[in-house]
Ligand binder design. Structure first.
Ligand code: NAP
Ligand code: GDD
Length: 323
């Protein structure tokens, strides 16, 4: 039985990856940090099936301890301060967790000394200012403290691969969403807002830049690509994307459509507080390499994903519905 250690276990991807690895027969260890209240909304269904370990990406020794306790064959570093907007408020913290955190995991693996496989959660935010479909050869131009931190993590992952002959891969994943997405990200903010409007619990959704365009995929499809990357004979980097681009406006169209509302002008307002100092206006990925070499394919369409998210939010909000 293979063993995997996942940092960021309670996040969206961490929880879906744990589901996938358990299905494949892995013994799963999840690293969580100490919070004043336990934050296991996404992993509550897993409490009897995985082992939670306490650690923090800002604490070198805790990472080594987690490795010793789990003795993994594969390590997935998904932990991060992952909200781009927040990275301007806490740039140093973001650099520490999201950038140096990856270095600390790599150092822990190096010191632990076992030949294991390491996955780093790289991101399309590293491309930042881009104009056409990005692949593994496209130059990086990050536009946020988060993107800059992730670029450091990406390069240190490659550097340790070469320097110490480690099996390190970076998955350069474009935006992916799902029912377990954090509420502050634009997709979930919209699907939750639409659900609440539908149930009569809320009048408006207040957003920032409606013209931003993203290549949105479905998280359970994307975590499969992480696993596939670690099953290869040689470590490499891969772009994972759908190749299909939608604006925030189009996401609103799709989400309101699910509840039978065709014009959303009366339900959406813009507020400058949700605008970013330097936004990424357009992200589009070319995942040909992942498709050819990993045999990876998206399974869920944009429309299906939006529908799943809205229906899930209707169900979650139904308990507090006045109807
Ligand atoms: P997420 O839901 O925000 O999960 C991030 C996890 O990191 C959370 O469980 C969080 O713990 C944990 N974390 C934060 N600070 C930590 C620290 N100091 N020590 C240990 N853990 C810490 O993010 P996600 O959407 O699942 O994304 C997973 C990874 O992929 C992240 O690295 C993200 O940056 C990257 N990524 C995401 C996307 C996307 O579109 N979703 C695309 C490309 C790359 P708490 O639960 O305690 O807050
Ligand atoms: N969050 C948010 N809230 N974004 C808004 C809003 C709003 O009210 N209104 C408009 N947007 C726009 C943002 O300005 C951005 O252009 C776009 O919607 C997407 O924002 P997010 O959903 O916050 O995601 P992101 O693209 O910045 O970052 C996500 O994807 C990255 C991969 O490209 C995160 O998951 C990152 O962790 C990930 O690396």
């Amino acid at each position: 039985m293979k063993k995997a250690l996942i940092t960021g276990i309670n996040g969206m991807d961490g929880s879906y990856l744990a589901d996938l690895l358990l299905e494949k027969g892995y013994e799963v260890y999840g690293m969580e940090r100490r919070n004043s209240t336990l934050n296991r909304t996404n992993t509550i269904h897993l409490v009897d099936r995985i082992t939670f370990l306490h650690g923090d990406l800002t604490d070198q020794n805790s990472l080594l301890r987690c490795l010793k306790k789990s003795d993994p064959d594969e390590v997935y570093n998904l932990g991060s301060q992952s909200f781009v907007g927040e990275s301007w408020n806490t740039p140093e913290h973001t650099g520490d967790v999201t950038g140096l955190g990856a270095l600390r995991v790599l150092e822990a693996i190096r010191v632990y000394g076992k030949q294991l496989k390491f996955y780093q959660a790289s991101t399309s935010e590293m491309f930042g200012k881009m104009e056409k479909f990005a692949n593994e050869d496209t130059p990086f131009y990050p536009r946020s403290p988060y993107g800059v931190a992730k670029l450091y993590a990406h390069w240190i992952t490659k550097n340790y691969r070469k320097s110490y002959n480690m099996f390190n891969v970076s998955g350069i994943l474009f935006n992916h969403e799902a029912e377990r997405r954090g509420i502050e990200f634009v997709t979930r903010k919209i699907t939750d807002g639409v659900a609440r409007i539908h149930l009569g619990l809320q009048d408006k959704i207040i957003l920032g830049n409606l013209n931003a365009r993203r290549d949105w995929g479905y998280s359970p499809d994307y975590v499969e690509s992480m696993w596939l990357m670690l099953q290869q004979d040689k470590p490499d980097d891969y772009v994972v994307a759908t190749g299909e681009i939608h604006s925030v406006r189009e996401f609103l169209d799709a989400a309101f459509n699910v509840v039978g509302i065709n014009g959303w002008d009366n339900y959406v307002e813009q507020d400058s507080k949700f605008m970013r100092p330097a936004d990424v206006y357009y992200l589009a990925g070319d995942s040909s390499k992942a498709q050819e070499k990993l045999g990876w394919q998206r399974k869920t369409s944009f429309k299906e994903m939006v529908s799943k998210m809205v229906h899930n939010d209707i169900e979650l909000n139904n308990g507090s519905s006045s109807k």
